[in-house]
Design a protein around this ligand. Sequence first.
Ligand code: PLP
Length: 399
Amino acid sequence: MSIVSKSLKRIKPSPTIAVTQKARELKAAGKDVIGLGAGEPDFDTPDNIKKVAIEAINTGDTKYTAVDGTPALKKAIVKKFKRENNLDYTIDQITVGSGGKQVIYNALMATVDIGDEVIIPAPYWVSYPDIVLLAGGEPIIIKCTEEKNFKLNPSDLENSITKKTKWVILNSPSNPTGACYSENEIKKIAEVLKNHPHVHILSDDIYEHISYEGFKFFTIAQIEYLKDRVLTMNGVSKSYAMTGWRIGYAAGPKEIIKAIAKIQSQSTTNPSSISQAAAVEALNGTQTFISERSKAFQERRDFVVSELNKISGINCLKPEGAFYVFPNCKDLLGKKNKKGHFLKTDTDFVQSLLEDVGVAVVQGSAFGLEGFFRISYATSMENLKKALMKISDFCKSLK
Ligand code: PLP
């Protein structure tokens, strides 16, 4: 009999982390590999933020803090929501965890009972369904097709809500597609949710600051009649190039915020005191580099989308945000690679791409939509140029 619990057997390890690991191993073995799998900005954390962290170490800010965040960081988060989203929260409606992932994990663990349903639009961030499964819940996946720009259709949402629905998860800008919901699109989703007062909304806004061409970010908590049912999660990982610092946060109903703190108090306790000090500077300090970096991301997106669409058999939408594209490779499936192996699925396709030409991407099926793959363009233009040439040669070589 296995020692591993039944609930753990319901889940799989993160496929995006697995791809990054496989690319690392190939590199360590001396292979020339370009990693387009990782979901993190290649930029460094800004100097003003690093400086505050070093000061925190030197001044002894190195002890346990309040479990769900220091008062200084919570105040900075309250200010952020007011300044950027025109949302009013009090300190006791804020929680801070070791990364956005922990905040989502805590929120679902604290609220999902066995058999509860959580609606997840696909393509989705890989961790949502597995966290729901670990909590004993049932992920209800709504496929959002390429024809619908990978966005949730209000009538599909309406048809998926049952008495057991506890949460709907929204993520804009999206990982893995980069799709962004306009204010109008969010309002249409809100109208559906208005009639189902038992349903809560988890809004994952982690890519809020990475969007293009003047896209105007709007988050569902801004809809007054829904605000009491929305948990808005955000963090410093992507906006401030702070993935390794592990700070995420959320704002929402006090009951959920308290429940999250209870779980955290029995697991990791507080997030790193030094990282919290750094996050205060990230949120309160200068924000100018955000738009500078978005410009660099936009240039890369334009290049990647245009090169991909030159490849016969690939079709790629031009997303408005995040640093991912999600090209369609269905026309290339069923073909043979140089070794004579049939590439039946998108998983075969990405495996062959990694092994044959050394480009690491992630298969669409890992995000709940088969026949696609995800490219993260959060890497240098030089890497992207090399990678796109290799992808193009690879696709041409399929017979
Ligand atoms: N939500 C989405 C959509 C993400 O892509 C990620 C990270 O990849 C997270 C949440 C978690 O971010 P963090 O690094 O803060 O845990």
